[in-house]
Design a protein around this ligand. Structure first.
Ligand code: ADP
Ligand code: MG
Length: 246
């Protein structure tokens, strides 16, 4: 474990009743690093990330952000600290415009920002990310890839230091994945940000990651730099039996 990590978790554990969804996972991510979490459905990837953002309480383990021990009670707290997550479940309101969706819920107590202010803030974020998505049409009129980018713009509202993307490519079409991965790498190259990228598609992980973390039945079965890994090593670590076939 490394004290320079922007975000670090020692022994992260989450139980639902008797079931241990995340089982003593050690994890860290550094500024300007893309760490991927891979695992089969039900491996505990989303649960782990929801522990980072305060959606789920931490049953066991210590979480550190910028070297300080933290625990967030909700996403408002984690977002304020600089941790943003694009959830696996879509969170857009179809009838609202891109600009409205980007600002939605970010001004507690004030409801939605004035139309003009929301639009200006959304344009700022769009420029920062070098995107060219229309912000004044209902998001239900946009394609899956564009909707995903609106979600990402939304997660940039509070200038995150850690960006968590939970299966962001799941809804994308064939031709949309490669440009999307390129976009995420560009964000990382240009900004002071750490990215946690979740997927179960192994080729994508090798294309985007600096480091890969494998979760199997809630346990961390492998963590290594991508240059030290092969697809067979990763797949073997994902197997529930733990037996190697490579
Ligand atoms: P992944 O994202 O890797 O597909 P999840 O983190 O969604 O996996 O789920 C891990 C395990 O925890 C699964 O077996 C799932 O059924 C269980 N689980 C997730 N959320 C809950 C919950 N709120 N209550 C009970 N069990 C849950
Ligand atoms: Mg999941």
């Amino acid at each position: 474990m490394d004290n320079q990590a922007i975000l670090r978790f020692e022994g992260a554990t989450k139980r639902f009743g008797d079931f241990v969804a995340v089982d003593h996972v050690d994890f860290e991510v550094h500024n300007k690093e893309i760490v991927s979490i891979i695992g089969e459905n039900g491996a505990g990837k989303s649960t782990f990330c929801k522990m980072l953002t305060g959606v789920y309480s931490i049953d066991d383990g210590d979480m550190y952000f910028e070297g300080k021990k933290v625990s967030y009670k909700n996403t408002t707290e984690s977002m304020k600290a600089g941790i943003s997550m694009v959830y696996q479940e879509r969170n857009l309101v179809g009838m609202l415009t891109g600009a409205q969706n980007i600002c939605l819920g970010h001004e507690p107590g004030k409801g939605i920002l004035s139309e003009q202010k929301a639009y200006e803030r959304a344009v700022e974020i769009r420029e920062r990310l070098h995107l060219k998505i229309p912000l004044d049409v209902p998001v239900e009129e946009l394609g899956a890839g564009e909707q995903q980018l609106i979600e990402i713009m939304r997660s940039f509202y509070n200038n995150p230091k850690v960006l968590i993307l939970d299966e962001p490519t799941a809804s994308l079409g064939e031709g949309e994945v490669e440009p999307f991965l390129k976009f995420i790498k560009e964000i990382r190259n240009e900004m002071d940000i750490a990215v946690i990228f979740i997927s179960h598609k192994i080729e994508e992980l090798f294309a985007i990651s600096d480091r890969i973390v494998v979760l199997t039945d809630g346990r961390n079965t492998l963590t290594d730099k991508v240059e030290n890994l092969t697809q067979v090593k990763v797949i073997t670590a994902m197997l529930r039996t733990g037996k190697s076939y490579g």
